[in-house]
Write a protein that binds this ligand. Sequence first.
Ligand SMILES: NC(=O)c1ccc[n+]([C@@H]2O[C@H](COP(=O)([O-])OP(=O)(O)OC[C@H]3O[C@@H](n4cnc5c(N)ncnc54)[C@H](O)[C@@H]3O)[C@@H](O)[C@H]2O)c1
Length: 418
Amino acid sequence: MTELVLESPRARGLFVLTAHPEGCRVLAQRQIERAAAAFEKPLSGAQGKTALVLGSTSFGYGSSTAIALRQAGFERIIGIGYETAPAFRGEKLAMSSPGWYLTDTLHAGDEAFQTYLGDAFAATTRDRVVADLRAQGVAIDLVVYSVAAPRRSHLGQEWNSSLLVMGEPLEVLGLAYKSGELEPIRVEAADALAVENTVRVMGGDDLEMWVSALLYSGLAAEGMTVTALSYIGPELEPLRRMYWDGALGAAKKHIDATTAALDARVAASVGGKAFTVMNPAVVTAASVAIPAMLRYVSDYLGCDDAGKGVYADPLDIGIDFTRALYGEGEPWRGQLDEAGRLRLDGRELEPGLQATIAELWSEGEPGPPPEITAQGLKRFKREYAMLYGWQVEGVDYSAPYAVDPELGEGQRVFDLLG
Ligand SMILES: NC(=O)c1ccc[n+]([C@@H]2O[C@H](COP(=O)([O-])OP(=O)(O)OC[C@H]3O[C@@H](n4cnc5c(N)ncnc54)[C@H](O)[C@@H]3O)[C@@H](O)[C@H]2O)c1
């Protein structure tokens, strides 16, 4: 193993190339501790169960849901994520993903975790996971679909997703990450092909294939629950146009249609259920990439700091998810909306908070943003850095740490990409 001092990240634009191993370890450990405190006693409905979490390896919704499920009593977590090993240029660290260090931490000292590093969209990944589950005699009680990807290949075809709107182009004041100023942005309109391609990547095709594979191979446990994480967002017009009414929303509507169809199938086959889960907006790489989202999430964080709303991070939502599904009295039944989706986005959509955000948007002029937005952006930047293990309180960035911990079969990690 190589020990190095990493004082600051290598980055290309906003894209952070090198994660900090100790920062990621500390963050993951804190999440485990928070989840353990939330579930002082295991939930009886969760005990002994096995989850398949697709998209489990970044500091996003998949891993935090997995951590919460485990602390609530799940016996086994089968994770899948797209991660590659740290890479060097000469003696220097050239690339390292937070997912590598997060996976290392989750696996160290907890045999419940079994992770596949591979392309979830590839039939070979699915075949391998199914073969291993068969050999181990393990059936799946819960599927959590949390993949977020820019492209997908299937049977020799490749699709790219896009962040475009429908109808007329959208012109709006966004927030510039670097300068922190409000500035006009223009989002072009998608044509039918761009929408179709986005649906093929971020829609329900892949989820449908995973669930079919479990059903056909007899690996769906009695009562299996299938969930797909999604986002609907506020009614604030630019956000609605950008997301739910845009190309991405078309894909998310396809997810809704897929879970509705799967609900009937898993009910008939194993007495199970399937639904979409509407999660709130959180700080991720996607929030920087999606136009207008950075301004909106910064407003949300700023409002939380100013006591005008409550921000929930992915672990809060992972805990809410676990309680909804496995808490006493099947709480999820009372948390479905009229379309049958589990709603965990109540804090974000709280009317008072939304009214404050709408007011901030109605007043904006190009240039310095309102104080709440500026404060929110500061916090956004800190939380964004933390997704890569940087700016984590209590970590000594002048000390050397092992930057290439081994993840292999000994750690129950199966690298299908290497
Ligand atoms: N970020 C938000 O604000 C937000 C809000 C509501 C809902 N959601 C939804 O939650 C889900 C997860 O989003 P996130 O923000 O946690 O994303 P993320 O980028 O943090 O995590 C995505 C995961 O998918 C994995 N992945 C990507 N491509 C893959 C591939 N080809 N094969 C295997 N794994 C692959 C990554 O390795 C990672 O583990 C998405 O469906 C997203 O729409 C996100």
